[in-house]
Design a binder for this molecule. Structure first.
Ligand SMILES: [Zn+2]
Length: 299
C-alpha cells in the first residue's frame, strides 16, 4: 500500500513516546532516538483529540524488550488484532462490546488516518492499541532509517487521532531482530509478538479459525490456546469476514474453559497513564504553545 502523506520527521516523537509520560518512569532511553532522528521536524504537529479523562493517554513498557507469551499459570488470554483499522474493525468492536471482552489492536499508521473514529472507539471501549508500523513493511528489508520512520509515523498517527501513545509494537510478518527491538525501545515500546496463530490472514473458514485457536494449527507447532496465550488475529489487511464470524464462538469456548480476557498491558503488567497523572508541561520537542498534546491535564 502507498504512503498517502509524507511521514514527516518529528524528531522528538520518539522522545515523546519514551519520556513524556514521566509518571511511568520511562525516561532513560531517548538517546537511541536521537541517534536515529536525522532531520529536524518538517511540518507542525496537529493537536490530538483527547477522548476523555478515563481513557488512557499512554502506557509504560514492561521492560521485557520482547514478548511472545504471557508468563502465567492463570487462565487468561490476550486476543490481539493486527492490520487495522479497516472496514471490518467496527464488527470486531461490536462483538467485543457485546461480549464485554477487551482486546488489543496493533494498528497500521496510514490506516489510522482513514478510520480515526474506529481507533478512538477502540480506546473508549476499554481496548488497548499498539504500533504496527506506518505502512506494514517487512522491517528486516528496509533501512534502519526507514524502520525508524515507520515506527515514528505510526506513533504520530495514533497520537494525533487519539492523544494516546502506544508503549508496544508488533513487527509485521514477525520480522524482527535485536536492532529493531532496541529501536522500538527508543520509542518507549516493547516488542510484542504472539504464540497462538490461527493464520486467519489466509482466509480459512470460520470453523477452521475457531478450531486452530482452541486446538492448535496442524501446520504449525502452535498448540492452541493455553494460560497466558497471546492470540494473533486480523481486523484488516484482507477479507476478515471469517474472523468476525469466528470471534463470538472463540470467546464463548474460551469462557467455557474458564478463561478471562486481558489486554496486553493487563497480561504483562504494564502501567496505564492518564492525563491527570501527567506532568503539566510540554515535551522538549513541542513547537506550538499550549494547549499541549494530550499530556496536559487540561487537554
Ligand atoms: Zn500485520
Amino acid at each position: 500500500m502507498s504512503v498517502r502523506r509524507p511521514l514527516g520527521s518529528l524528531a522528538g516523537l520518539a522522545v515523546l513516546g519514551a519520556c513524556a509520560l514521566e509518571v511511568l518512569g520511562c525516561g532513560s532511553h531517548s538517546h537511541h532516538a536521537a541517534a536515529g532522528a536525522g532531520k529536524p521536524a518538517s511540518h507542525p504537529v496537529s493537536t490530538p483529540k483527547p477522548i476523555g479523562a478515563d481513557i488512557p493517554i499512554g502506557c509504560g513498557p514492561a521492560h521485557r524488550l520482547y514478548t511472545e507469551t504471557g508468563d502465567t499459570p492463570d487462565k487468561v488470554v490476550a486476543l490481539t488484532f493486527d492490520d487495522g483499522p479497516s472496514g471490518y474493525t467496527h464488527y470486531v468492536l461490536d462483538i467485543l462490546e457485546r461480549e464485554q471482552v477487551h482486546a488489543t489492536f496493533f494498528l497500521i499508521g496510514n490506516q489510522v488516518r482513514d478510520y480515526p473514529g474506529q481507533v478512538r472507539r477502540e480506546l473508549r471501549d476499554g481496548n488497548l492499541i499498539g504500533n504496527h508500523t506506518y505502512t506494514h513493511p517487512d522491517m528486516l528489508q528496509v533501512s534502519f532509517g526507514h524502520a525508524f520512520k515507520e515506527l515514528q509515523g505510526a506513533q504520530q498517527a495514533i497520537w494525533e487521532a487519539t492523544g494516546f501513545i502506544p508503549c508496544f509494537w508488533r513487527a509485521p510478518y514477525g520480522s524482527i531482530n535485536d536492532a529493531l527491538k532496541y529501536l522500538a525501545r527508543s520509542f518507549g515500546m516493547d516488542s510484542i509478538q504472539w504464540d497462538t496463530d490461527p493464520q486467519d490472514f489466509t482466509e480459512p473458514s470460520a470453523a477452521e479459525i475457531y478450531h486452530r485457536v482452541l486446538y492448535g494449527n496442524p501446520k504449525d507447532p502452535d498448540p492452541g490456546v493455553h494460560p497466558g496465550a497471546i492470540v494473533l488475529m486480523h481486523d484488516g489487511g484482507g477479507n476478515r469476514s471469517h474472523t468476525v464470524e469466528a470471534l463470538p464462538r472463540i470467546i464463548d469456548a474460551l469462557r467455557a474453559r474458564g478463561y478471562r480476557f486481558l489486554t496486553i498491558p493487563e497480561l504483562l503488567h504494564m502501567k496505564l497513564a492518564y492525563a491527570h497523572e501527567a506532568p503539566a508541561r510540554r515535551p522538549a520537542s513541542a513547537a506550538p504553545p499550549a494547549p499541549a498534546r494530550g499530556i496536559h491535564p487540561g487537554a
